[in-house]
Structures are given as C-alpha cells and as structure tokens.
Design a protein around this ligand. Structure first.
Ligand SMILES: [Fe+2]
Length: 220
C-alpha cells in the first residue's frame, strides 16, 4: 500500500502473552512423573505447596526439583522464555514486528527457573484472581483435562464460556484491546505472561482431573 501515510503501530506497554505447544512426548513424561509422585503419600505430604498459593485446588504440589531434572522441560522453558523476551524487545524497537528473531543469536539472556508446581483440579475447585510475586514471568502448561470437559464447555450457557478456563484480567481500556482474555485449557498448550498480570481459573463440573504445571521464571 502506498497511501497509508507511513503509518505504524507500536505497543510499548506490557502485557504480552506467549502461546506455544509443548514438544511431543513431554506431556506424557510429565504426567508419568506426576502420577508416580501422587501415588506416594510421603511425596504428596512433603511437596504440598497449597500454603504458598491462592487456589482452592485439590492438589498443589511443589515440582521445581523435578522440572530441573527433566532437561526436555528446562530446555523448552528456557527456549520459550528467551524467545518471548527477545521478541518483545524486538517489537519495541521495530514497531510491533513480533516475528523478528535475527537478534537472537547475539543475545546471552539467561532464564532462571524460580518455582514450579502441579495443580490437579477436580469439579468445584477454582483459583481466585491473583498474581505471582518474586519473578518476572509466570507460565502454565496443560497436561490433562476431564474426559467430558469439551461437552461441558460447549454447553456453558454463560455469555462468554469460562468453565475450567484461565482468565487474564487487565482493566485498562483502549480500542482493539480486551480487558479479559480467556484461555481454554488444551492438553499440550503452554502460556507465558508478565508475572504481575492478574489471572484466575474458573470451576468446572465434569468428573476427572484438570492438570496443569505452573512455573515462575526470572532473568538471571
Ligand atoms: Fe497463578
């Protein structure tokens, strides 16, 4: 287009949300490790992380050490968090071009894994609006949803379906900007966002487990 007045849009302010897909097999291997830990009462008791978290969630289990042991998980986390940081930086310098990655090769940003934990939610569990402290990024990966979840979600009569969903909240209004952004959990999908951003998780009714793992990250 030649008559667009050389118009560019730039979005210099946070928050930007990353969405990615976890590598093949990582979900299965994470689930296997978690199922193994949950089968051992001593591990479940020792790893209880609920006192540190806002959720009304059946099982909140500290998982940082296991994440650090699983190189495919740490590699994935380092990769997506670095790419997120670089692309946001590039977009700021290049007027909203989030696809530029050529500066990546020269950067030595080091990502730090602060804490990680597992959330096993059952019918009626929820997570009230909260944010994460002591980190720069927060993230979640979905590992399991109840077998009937899709049918429940489709039957949700609310104006905006939210059963079992993660919702991000940012009250600043602007044209082309949402105040609420809903993420429906899907096995294998992964999200990362600035840790200060408010978010909550809505309850669902289906029998079975909705499993996610959450990780707080920082720059070293
Ligand atoms: Fe959270």
């Amino acid at each position: 287009m030649t008559s667009d007045h050389d118009l560019k849009l730039v979005a210099p302010f946070s928050p930007t949300i990353l969405k990615a897909t976890m590598p093949d097999g990582m979900v299965e291997r994470l689930n296997a490790r978690i199922d193994d830990l949950l089968g051992r009462q001593d591990e479940v008791a020792a790893r209880d992380w609920s006192a540190h978290l806002a959720g009304v969630v059946s099982t909140e289990m500290r998982f940082t050490d296991v994440i650090r042991e699983m190189s495919e998980v740490t590699d994935f986390l380092y990769d997506v968090a670095r790419t997120y940081a670089y692309r946001c930086e590039n977009a700021l310098m290049h007027y909203g071009d989030y696809e530029r990655t050529e500066e990546l090769a020269d950067k030595t940003l080091r990502i730090q894994i602060k804490e990680g934990w597992v959330n096993d939610m059952v019918a009626g569990d929820y997570n009230p609006a909260h944010f994460h402290q002591g980190c720069l990024f927060s993230s979640v990966g979905y590992l399991r949803v109840p077998p009937d979840y899709e049918a429940e979600f489709q039957a949700d009569k609310a104006r905006q379906n939210t059963a079992g969903c993660l919702q991000f909240i940012d009250s600043r209004s602007a044209v082309g900007v949402r105040n609420l952004f809903v993420v429906k959990p899907a096995v294998g999908e992964f999200y990362l966002w600035p840790s200060w951003m408010l978010h909550c998780v809505y309850p669902f009714r289906s029998p079975g487990v909705r499993r996610s793992f959450a990780v707080n990250l920082s720059l070293a």
